[in-house]
Write a protein that binds this ligand. Structure first.
Ligand code: ADP
Ligand code: GLC
Length: 484
């Protein structure tokens, strides 16, 4: 089965969140299972610099406002996966992030930048961009790649099936309707049954409406987004797709997240040899200037600091958490008010609260290894990867019962052995109560270690999810269903 993954981010080259981790790991897991996998990425500077042995497979010329567009084929360093790169200097060669400039403003030409990505994906799927390799599945990730599904539907018949994975329904790629002519799509798609969304153009709808199958990154999120509470205005569209919307839980990349092999750690460990975790904890307290207290519950937060992540609840719960003797180490970037509030908490509680406003991968590994617990009190969470990293590292997740958090963390009275702590209401009181339960349990080392063991023993790799995707590809293409 030939599969083309299309995305805007890939760890470690371009990353704004968990999407990049998924795009780096799922294709490799699929390749190991015998699929013929390639990627398609926009030619952002970090991608063009890293890609090895690139050669031109199509000279596309001028399109979407760019004078010079070429399709390159090379290999990714490390995994050596074949990767197509859309080289369009006018659209992609710039500093800042993949979607925003350095000030945090969206790039004004995002419509052209991501329409081009989808348009090239459709041409690869149609066999006219690279006749040597024609995918049977075009797998688009999030709104950035979703237009591939619309172009494929508009230029039928394309032999390939399209799969669209929703990593986060809250980011939709909305543009002014008057930019419609720039897309070069048939007018039948410019209606509420197509891309039109309350007087705007929605790239997210291109994926939700026109992909052969829609996948969310956890089963529970698939059910949640069919409701007004979590549907971000698109719950009707989701319900309209019926059984063609399913959830496949993300895995984690064992090559990057494994406490027994983690190169970011001075002390390594696994479930049978936990002394290393204790050493990581002491080293972390020393590094962060936290009191060298073995009894305190050390909670970490590693997150985008946004409304989604419920970190205002964490701030509200902080006085009671500290009162219980616990410590908090935060690492994140995002909304200025949250950045300021956590920075202030560190100033007010030296030795008890540490806050690092910034992005640092190696540091994130040290925090997860050294902390006792990781808090993810999200308002909504399509999957969430940091709680999975926590489970793998024996760092108990403290999470709200939503989306992928609910699918992966089990508390007392859950469907299996407890591996963390779960609360329901998005209120300071509910989170506080949950944090205090964790702090209390930490005083009973055997009970605590039982939860660590449950999490560390879980199968969280990409092997299972990659098989589930393969089965979905088989259904969507009509190929014989592979045996799991
Ligand atoms: P989301 O994609 O919604 O941000 P996930 O939990 O799926 O949430 O993925 C977040 C990813 O980003 C994880 O790999 C996490 O470790 C990483 N991350 C988030 N903030 C930081 C930070 N400040 N420094 C390092 N890594 C971070
Ligand atoms: C999104 C979601 C997050 C998920 C990640 C990877 O960024 O917010 O919950 O884990 O995508 O699928």
């Amino acid at each position: 089965m030939k599969v083309l993954h299309v995305a805007a981010e890939i760890y470690p080259l371009v990353k704004t969140g968990g999407l990049a981790d998924v795009v780096a790991a799922l294709p490799v897991a699929q390749q190991r299972q015998g699929l013929d996998v390639r990627l398609l990425l926009p030619g952002l500077p970090q991608v063009l610099e890293a890609v090895q042995g690139a050669r031109t497979v199509a000279d596309i010329g001028a399109c979407f406002g760019a004078m010079r567009v070429r399709l390159l084929l090379g290999r990714l360093p490390g995994s050596l996966l074949p990767v197509y790169v859309v080289e369009a200097p006018y659209l992609y060669r710039r500093g800042g992030g993949p979607y925003h400039d350095d000030r945090g403003d969206e790039w004004p030409d995002n419509l052209q930048r991501f329409a081009l990505l989808g348009w090239v994906a459709a041409h690869l799927a149609g066999g006219d961009a690279d006749a040597q390799w024609v995918p049977e599945v075009m797998h688009a990730h999030d709104w950035h790649a979703a237009m591939g599904c619309a172009y494929m539907a508009d230029h039928a018949p394309t032999g390939a099936a399209s799969i669209f994975t929703v990593h986060n329904l809250a980011f939709q790629g909305l543009f002014p309707l008057h930019d419609w002519p720039l897309l070069g799509l048939g007018s039948r798609l410019m209606s509420p049954a197509g891309l039109e969304y309350h007087g705007q153009l929605s790239f997210m709808k291109a994926g939700l409406k026109f992909a052969d199958r829609v996948v969310t990154v956890s089963p529970r999120y698939a059910r949640e987004i069919a409701t007004p509470e979590f549907g971000c205005g698109l719950d009707g569209v989701i319900r309209g797709r019926g059984e063609h919307v399913t959830g496949i839980l993300n895995g984690i990349d064992d090559d990057v997240w494994d406490p027994a092999r983690d190169s970011a750690l001075v002390h390594r460990y696994d479930a049978a040899r936990l002394q290393g975790k204790q050493a990581c904890r002491r080293a972390l307290q020393a590094e962060l200037g936290l009191q060298p207290d073995d009894a305190a519950l050390l909670v970490t937060v590693i997150s985008r600091l946004t409304q989604q992540k419920g970190l205002d609840l964490m701030l509200a719960a902080l006085p009671a958490l500290l009162q219980s003797g616990a410590q908090l180490a935060v690492q994140g970037t995002g909304e200025p008010a949250l950045e300021a509030a956590f920075t202030e908490a560190q100033r007010a509680h030296p030795g008890r609260v540490h806050c690092f406003i910034g992005y640092d991968e190696a540091r994130a590994h040290r925090l997860i290894a050294g902390a006792d617990a990781i808090a993810v009190p999200s308002r909504f969470e399509p999957c969430g990867l940091t709680q999975l990293y926590g489970l793998r590292y024996g760092t108990l997740p403290i999470v709200r019962r939503v989306g992928g958090l609910a699918d992966t963390v089990i508390d007392d009275a859950g469907p299996g052995p407890a591996n963390g702590f779960v609360f329901d209401a998005a209120t300071p009181a509910a989170l506080t109560q949950c944090l205090l339960r964790a702090a209390a349990l930490r005083q009973f080392p055997e009970a605590w270690r039982a939860r660590m063991a449950a999490g560390m023993g879980q199968q969280l790799s990409w092997v299972g999810p990659a098989r589930q995707y393969a089965q979905l590809y088989a259904q969507a293409t009509g190929a014989p269903v592979a045996r799991a």
